[in-house]
Design a protein around this ligand. Structure first.
Ligand SMILES: Nc1ncnc2c1ncn2[C@@H]1O[C@H](COP(=O)(O)OP(=O)(O)OP(=O)(O)O)[C@@H](O)[C@H]1O
Length: 911
């Protein structure tokens, strides 16, 4: 029997090594599947690698921005932290070695059980067999596992890294290093271990192999030497003792691959090899030390204990910059979602805050391919360890697309609960489901959970909306022409009500925006367990570019009431009516953004209707207003009336549209006008724009002296543009107008500029006035390069943000095939007085002092802001900037600026 087990074990050793070598020919079917799937994924992943890197980049920038708020310029240490983030992130990637890890893990678990059985049969562990097996497997596959230290470079090895820099690859295939024992070798006490080991020793050694990377290794090469295995063993004794229930994860075996990927990312981040001074040894050591020490883990465990004591208190974060929080909060492309959820126990273990045991029955969660989740093998988080963690792990796996059997409600509910547990309070959510869909994930609802540290995680759910609101019968939400239908919109709203209800149950603070075939934006705010969801917002954005938060309820009400039938499709008028009300809200004196932002939003909303599109001309605006007018009027029709408060809202909304779009010169309608007898019917009957009713709100003739629409669009209306009577004075006012509406993280407004890259729009980014430059990657082959360059330069100039350079608020992968650069928004100087010129010159000099030439000095690339009562000139558009301290070129840039400014001034004066 012993001999049989021994043979089996040997066989497994061989298999495992084959997995590691990607030699699948003679693998068992099971393992072959794992490897094949991994390969398939790799190619798919490879296709989106660039996008993914950009997405990653975006996250890093976000993170870095926050980090740098408190810290000055980047230095080696910080780069290391970023590296650490990369490493964390890469652990999740399907095409990283995670699957291999899982396969290994499974193998190792199997090994352990074999060994245990063997030990049980023999009465005591037969150490010699373990040692013999390991020695044999080691002999069979001397190079099966690369020495991870080969990839761990020290500063001294930077030159060697630089040699690989051009290709962005590290050669990990050949090594002359002594072989680090494979996971199995270690698990079986093998390798060059001479003294026999028991199972715990094996686990220890296994863990030690994890820590092999944390030693003071050197990169391979003429001057570097890997640590002899004996040294690694020496480190073992210092490690904490692990029990036999510890998951055996051979992180070092995956490090070569991880490190290679990370090198690509860092290359992406830093571009310039001279700046690359990352001590990987230290970085990896940090990561591993963290895993080992449980330092992060203990924080978490404390938090979770707290939470358990005081349900449903939210988990307070001990340190948001570390471990799991980071790992899970790094933007997770949809594709990786599966891995995240499937491997959560492993990840949890990696964060070192939960015991993982294979003592409990294995979970039967299945993935969408119907097979057993590989994360189950040998590693199930026990409820005993912590029920919260257990719930998280289990729910995420079962809820997120993995368990087809569970009812949708259950899935959503469990998922949200799990998220609440995991993230505690979440906020600020913007997602475009299309973005996910385009990347191969079918989903109806996408959340981007913003964790307290600002990281984000996309969670996608295929809700089959119909299931939620129509007793399991799916309903199309668009008709054959792709038009969004009213009754379906109602259904969607109802279904989201359900979702929001679950959120409320979970104590989440979540806003949601999601895209359907046509853009649909929904949002809700939930406070504690009291949902404040009384209405939803819905908009179809014709450009497909913008996200707006608009009043759905009103829209729907207006639509059905005015047109009689619910089947009527929403059209632009409906939507614009919605925008008008949103504008009204935004203009309210108490809107959370303050007036200025609100005005911008309002302008964004209303000027949206003004765009050059044939449907957004002045006539269209007129008809919008008429439409609202009619709606209000209809409320007073004898048998089909709108509630008075809705009518009032309509009135206000129309007035705001008129006011904001400067068509209100003869605005005479008072708020109580709809009460006038006879008003409604006639207005309703005559829906043309030329209603000769004196109550018509539109200016009857367009002021010929008024600037053309395209110019007007750029103006931010002043508060004075909104009649006093129309302004909301209190939050209650605003909420009464449109209950439930609150600003969200990103408002994208009208176009404010255009360049080679694409279109720049005004935006509100987390309440700040911003400009979002959207770059469609496929439009121009160098777009990606330009984008990277520009972001890179912004980063280089981070110490001048808000002083001489516009702050880079965010950047990264956007929906569709585009990337965005979001910067703080300023305004151009119209007349370029001498004082502005001097400000701009001073800012330019600051940039020069940083060793950078702007490269595209032009008046349009300077915007002005007022901060601390001080006017500042901020430079934008760094796509053509370059590193140079050439004083001649610097002088040239300054004189060019002066020339540009003075010609604009002269032109202005002559006009
Ligand atoms: N932060 C900002 N604040 C205000 N306006 C901005 C901002 N960023 C960009 N814009 C507007 O958008 C225009 C185009 O932006 P930018 O120059 O960055 O784009 P581009 O595609 O690189 O243009 P170009 O081809 O001219 O280099 C600017 O001239 C400016 O009017």
């Amino acid at each position: 029997m012993l001999e049989k087990l021994n043979n089996q074990q040997r066989h497994l050793s061989a298999l495992q090594n084959q997995v590691l070598r990607n030699d699948t020919a003679s693998l068992s079917e099971d393992l072959q599947q794992v490897v094949n799937r991994r390969r398939a994924n790799s190619s798919r992943e490879a296709q989106r690698e660039t996008d993914y890197l950009i997405a990653l980049f975006c996250q890093f920038v976000d993170w870095r921005n926050r980090y740098r708020e408190k810290n000055p310029l980047p230095d080696t240490e910080r780069q290391e932290v970023e590296f650490f983030l990369c490493l964390c992130q890469k652990l999740f990637e399907p095409n990283s070695s995670i699957r291999e890890l899982l396969a290994l893990q499974r193998m190792a678990a199997f090994h352990r059980s074999l060994a245990e059985r063997k030990a049980a049969e023999a009465g005591s562990p037969d150490r010699s067999i373990l040692a013999a097996n390991a020695a044999q497997s080691s002999a069979q596959q001397p190079h099966a596992v690369q020495d991870s230290s080969a990839e761990i470079v020290t500063d001294g090895a930077a030159a060697q890294l630089a040699a690989h820099w051009e290709t962005g690859e590290m050669d990990v295939s050949a090594t002359e290093e002594p072989v680090t024992p494979s996971v199995q070798d270690v698990a079986t006490g093998g390798g060059e271990q001479e003294s026999p080991m028991d199972i715990d020793d094996a686990a220890k050694a296994s863990h030690a192999s994890v820590f092999a990377a944390s030693g003071p290794h050197h990169a391979r090469g003429a001057t570097s030497h890997g640590p002899p295995p004996q040294q690694t063993r020496g480190a073992v004794d210092k490690q904490r003792t692990l029990s036999s229930t510890d998951v055996v994860m051979d992180i070092p075996s995956s490090l070569p691959q991880l490190a290679r990927e990370i090198v690509v990312i860092v290359k992406y981040l830093y571009g310039n090899k001279k700046e690359f001074r990352v001590d990987l040894t230290k970085t990896v050591a940090n990561l591993l030390a963290m895993i080992e020490s449980d330092s992060v883990g203990s924080d978490w465990i404390e938090c979770i204990r707290e939470r358990r004591k005081n349900r449903p208190a939210l988990i307070a974060r001990a340190d948001h910059t570390k471990a799991l929080d980071l790992q899970l909060s790094v933007m997770t492309p949809a594709h990786s979602l599966h891995s995240v959820f499937k491997t959560l126990p492993v990840v949890v273990k990696a964060a070192g805050y939960v015991e993982i045991s294979d003592d409990v029955p294995q979970d039967s969660a299945t993935d969408d391919a119907g097979e057993r989740s590989s994360s189950n093998a040998g590693s199930v988080v026990t409820p005993a360890a912590d029920d919260a963690i257990w719930l998280i792990s289990k729910s995420l796996r079962t809820a997120c697309l993995l368990d087809k059997e569970a009812g949708i409600k259950e899935r959503v509910r469990v998922l949200l609960k799990a998220i609440a547990l995991l993230f505690g309070q979440t906020s600020g959510v913007v997602a475009e489901a299309d973005w996910l869909r385009n990347r191969g994930l079918k989903c109806d609802l996408a959340f981007v959970l913003t964790t307290p540290n600002g990281g984000q995680m996309i969670v996608a759910i295929e809700t089959k909306l119909g299931d939620l609101f129509n007793s399991g019968k799916p309903q199309p939400i668009v008709d054959s022409k792709g038009i969004f239908k009213t009754e379906d919109a109602i259904g969607i709203v109802n279904s989201y009500n359900q979702v929001f209800h679950y959120m409320a149950e979970s104590g989440l603070h979540v806003s949601v925006i999601t895209n359907f075939t046509q853009t649909v934006a929904l949002r809700s705010r939930i406070d504690g367990n009291e949902p404040l969801v009384t209405s939803f917002d819905c908009v179809e954005d014709p450009s497909g570019q913008a996200l707006f938060v608009l009043p759905y309820t009103l829209l729907n009400e207006v639509c059905t009431q005015t047109h009689g039938k619910a089947e009527r499709n929403f059209d632009q008028h409906d939507l614009d009516g919605g925008r008008a009300v949103a504008a009204q809200f935004a203009l309210s004196a108490d809107n959370p953004f303050g007036y200025e932002h609100g005005a911008m939003t309002a302008q964004g909303g209303s000027s949206h209707t003004q765009r050059a599109s044939p449907r957004y001309d002045r006539d269209s605006q007129r008809s919008i207003t008429s439409f609202l007018h009619d709606g209000a009027a209809q409320s007073h029709a004898s048998d089909n009336s709108l509630p008075a408060d809705i009518a009032k809202q309509l009135l206000k909304a129309a007035q705001v549209v008129a006011a904001v779009t400067r068509q209100s010169t003869d605005l005479t309608m008072a708020e109580d006008e709809p009460d006038s007898p006879g008003h409604g019917r006639s207005a309703m009957q005559d829906t043309s724009h030329a209603v000769s009713d004196q109550r018509l709100w539109m200016a009857r003739s367009v002021d010929p002296a008024a600037p053309p629409d395209c110019l007007r669009m750029r103006e931010v209306p002043s508060l004075a543009a909104v009649p006093e009577a129309l302004r909301c004075k209190t939050v209650d006012d605003a909420l009464r107008l449109e209950p439930g509406i609150k600003p969200i993280d990103i408002f994208v407004g009208s176009e404010i500029g255009a360049g080679r890259f694409g279109v720049v729009r005004e935006a509100l980014f987390q309440g700040l006035p911003a400009a979002i430059k959207r770059i469609v990657l496929h439009l121009y082959e160098h777009n990606q390069e330009l984008y990277r360059h520009e972001v890179h330069m912004y980063l280089r100039l981070c110490c001048l943000w808000g002083v001489a350079v516009a702050t880079l608020l965010s950047c990264g992968m956007d929906c569709h095939d585009s990337v965005s650069i979001i910067t703080e928004r300023g305004s151009h100087s119209e007349t370029w007085p001498e004082s502005d010129v001097e400000l701009a010159v001073a800012s330019l000099k600051e940039i020069h002092r940083m060793g950078i030439l702007h490269g595209d000095v032009h008046a349009k690339n300077v915007v002005f802001v007022v901060k601390d009562n001080e006017r500042r000139a901020l430079w934008i558009d760094f796509e053509r900037s370059e590193f140079s301290s050439d004083t001649h070129k610097q002088r040239k840039e300054i004189s060019r600026l002066r020339k540009c400014a003075s010609s604009i001034r002269q032109k202005f004066e002559s006009e």
